[in-house]
Every structure is written in structure tokens, then in C-alpha cells.
Design a protein around this ligand. Structure first.
Ligand SMILES: Nc1nc2c(ncn2[C@@H]2O[C@H](COP(=O)(O)OP(=O)(O)OP(=O)(O)O)[C@@H](O)[C@H]2O)c(=O)[nH]1
Length: 367
């Protein structure tokens, strides 16, 4: 198993993917509108001049293409509303109105396209912005119908115009209220999911850490080892392990007290963590025993790193903390040999530690 935050991907939404889906949906509405407008014009229901319609479509797509490109490349991600839903909504609604005003039959059918657009935008727009968009479009549609009625260039009765407008406003209000609710629910769920992800991360962090030193614990380092072995077997790259053990820690504990011993263990954790490379792992197995995993290191490289750590630790002074002048450590290093089991690798490192201890301590040996 890969030792990372696998389950969190399912708790947190992929904002970039959502942004793309939204952008493509807006463009799909634009495409649908273009098709409807062209068909109405071909059938002769749309009284708009062919040239005007062509220019309107050119204008629409000269905005839609860069819009889609920006969304796909994530260029708007840092913006306050990265989907640009409000201007996109105004733009598409204006196109629908233009077509509807110039349509003899099926005006309401054209304006019906506005509702899926509204529902789509409700996923991104705050209820206030959604309400504003609906109010602007409803007012514009009302004015357009009034204009048509006053010009009397078609048989539009006042009652029928009023009814059309009221139907539009009523459906629009329903969609706006429902959409606002959906939006609020989406935001609440998003907030809860982020909180849940934070808590899972926090409890996982607690589960893989050693209380005293904050280093990884035994369980996690075993996961790391299994993962490193699988990577090494697949990609043929080296890694090494190292057992580290404080020398004569019992005597130190007995002499200076258990609490002082704890302080030394914490100091060692800080000391070693500062020396290790970013990808290296260090765990406290228990007591005064530690295990290090060094990815991308062969045995010789690991020996150098651990020898440097041993020397620096042996030179660290403790008398100012009311302890002995120095505390030394012994270490056993083993580089992974392709195909061997994790147990065999650890046994070799353990043997190295045994050799270091039995040859006088304060030294690093290979197994
Ligand atoms: N302060 C402190 N001491 C611990 C902790 N866990 C284990 N120890 C002590 O570490 C000591 C380990 O002693 P031993 O295993 O005999 O090893 P050692 O005295 O270091 O001797 P060598 O390893 O042979 O050099 C014991 O006295 C344990 O009580 C801990 O969390 N804090």
C-alpha cells in the first residue's frame, strides 16, 4: 500500500475537474442555442436577418472559444468566480432574448432554453447573483415584449404578452429559488467534506506518529518499507535501511532519570530529522531504538549518511542539560538486495547493529 492519503481523494472534490465540467456545460448550452437559432431561421420562424444572425453567432463563439480555452487550462482558477458564470449567463441570455424577439412562432420555446442555463449556473452562482441575473433577464424579456407590443409589427395581444411574461417570471423565480437552495446545499456539503478530510488527515497523522518524539511509529515505517520494496522491485532503484540504538541508555536513565532520557530521545529526533534528506523516513520503534529508511540510497551511500549522523550526535553536548557530556549511538545498515524479503533486509541491518554494539558501540556497521 502506498503510504499517503489515499482515502482523502474521495472526500475532497477535484475543483479543477468540476470547473472543466461546468465550462463545457455552459459551452454545450451555447451550442444548443446556436443550433436552435439556426434551425428557426432556416424554417423561416426567425425573422432576424441571416447576416445579423451570422454576426451574432460569430460574436458568441468568438467569446465562447477563448472562454472554454481559459477554463480548460485552468487560467481562471485564482479568480473569485473561476467559471465566469455571471457574464456567461448574461451573454447567453442576451442571445436567447435576441432570438426570441425576432421569432414569430415558438418564442417561449426559445426562452425555455434559459431555464437549463439557470439551473446550471445555480451550481456556481451565489443565491444573490442568481437572483440578480434572473431579475435582469426577466426585466429585459418584459421590456422586449412591451417593445414588440408597441411596434405592433405582429399580432401580439397585451394579455398574451403579459401571460407569456408572467409565466416566464414565475418559472424563472422557481428555478432561482430551487437553484439557490441547491447551491447552498452544495456549499454546506463542500464545507463538511473539507472538515471531514481535515479530521481524517489529523487522525491518520496521530495513527502514524510516535507520541514522544513525533517521528513515525513502527506501523507506519513497516508500510513505508513494503512500499519501498515494491518500488525498488518494479523500477530497480536502490534503497537502504538502518537500525539506530542509543548506547548504554539504561545506565543513562538510571543515573539521570527517565524524564531526562525522554528529553534525549526528543533531542535525537530533532537532530536526526534536521540531517536527513526530504524523502528519508525515520521512525521510533520503541524504547531507544529507531529505524531509518533511505530511498534512492545504496548501502555505501546510507553508510555515509548514518556515519555523519553518528559523529554529529556523538559531538552533541548534554552537560548543559544536566546530563553526561555526550550520548552515543550504534547503527546497523543494510542496502536492499533485489528480490530479498523485508524481513531478510531488516535481519541484516539488525546484524550490523549487533556487530556495532559488540565491537565497542558508537559505530556504524553493515550486516
Ligand atoms: N527515557 C526513556 N527510556 C526508555 C524508553 N523506552 C525504553 N527506555 C529505556 O531504555 C533502556 C534500554 O536499555 P537496554 O535495552 O538494556 O540497552 P542499553 O542500556 O542502551 O544498552 P546497549 O543498547 O547495549 O548499549 C531501558 O532502561 C529502558 O527502560 C522511553 O520511552 N524513555
Amino acid at each position: 500500500m502506498k503510504p499517503d492519503w489515499q482515502p482523502l481523494g474521495r472526500l475532497t472534490v477535484n475543483e479543477r475537474r468540476l470547473l472543466r465540467v461546468h465550462g463545457r456545460s455552459v459551452v454545450a448550452v451555447a451550442l444548443f442555442y446556436s443550433a436552435v437559432a439556426t434551425v428557426l431561421w432556416k424554417l423561416g420562424h426567425n425573422r432576424v436577418d441571416g447576416e445579423v444572425l451570422a454576426w451574432a453567432l460569430v460574436l458568441l463563439w468568438s467569446l465562447m472559444v477563448p472562454y472554454l480555452a481559459m477554463i480548460e487550462r485552468g487560467l481562471t482558477r485564482a479568480w473569485q468566480e473561476p467559471t465566469l458564470s455571471f457574464p456567461a449567463g448574461i451573454m447567453l441570455a442576451a442571445m436567447l432574448l435576441l432570438t426570441a424577439v425576432h421569432t414569430t412562432d415558438g418564442r417561449l420555446a426559445v426562452m425555455l432554453l434559459y431555464f437549463p442555463l439557470l439551473l446550471l449556473l445555480s451550481f456556481r452562482l451565489e443565491p444573490r447573483a442568481l437572483g440578480l441575473l434572473s431579475a435582469v433577464v426577466s426585466a429585459a424579456y418584459g421590456l422586449a415584449l412591451l417593445g414588440l407590443y408597441q411596434h405592433r409589427d405582429e399580432q401580439l395581444e397585451l394579455a398574451s404578452a403579459l401571460l407569456q411574461w408572467l409565466a416566464f417570471v414565475a418559472v424563472s423565480a422557481c428555478f432561482t429559488i430551487t437553484g439557490g437552495g441547491v447551491n447552498a446545499l452544495r456549499r454546506t456539503l463542500g464545507r463538511h467534506n473539507r472538515e471531514l478530510a481535515r479530521m481524517v488527515r489529523q487522525s491518520r497523522e496521530l495513527a502514524i506518529r510516535d507520541d514522544l518524539t513525533g517521528l513515525f511509529n513502527r506501523r507506519h515505517i513497516v508500510e513505508v518499507l513494503d512500499y519501498q520494496k515494491s518500488l525498488a522491485d518494479r523500477h530497480h532503484y536502490p534503497f537502504a535501511v538502518c537500525y539506530l540504538d542509543m548506547d548504554h541508555f539504561k545506565a543513562i536513565n538510571d543515573h539521570y532519570g527517565h524524564q531526562w532520557g525522554d528529553q534525549v530521545l526528543r533531542a535525537f529526533a530533532e537532530h536526526a530529522a534536521a540531517l536527513l534528506r526530504e524523502g528519508d523516513y525515520l521512525a521510533r520503534l520503541g524504547g531507544e531504538e529507531f529505524l531509518m529508511v533511505l530511498p534512492q540510497s545504496n548501502e555505501a551511500g546510507a553508510l555515509r549518511v548514518v556515519e555523519r549522523l553518528r559523529q554529529q550526535w556523538a559531538n552533541a553536548a548534554f552537560d548543559h542539560m544536566g546530563g553526561p557530556a555526550t550520548v552515543t549511538l550504534s547503527a546497523g545498515v543494510a542496502g536492499y538486495q533485489p528480490g530479498e524479503t523485508v524481513e531478510a533486509l531488516l535481519a541484516r541491518a539488525d546484524h550490523g547493529l549487533y556487530l556495532a554494539k559488540s565491537h565497542g558501540r558508537n559505530q556504524v556497521r553493515t550486516g
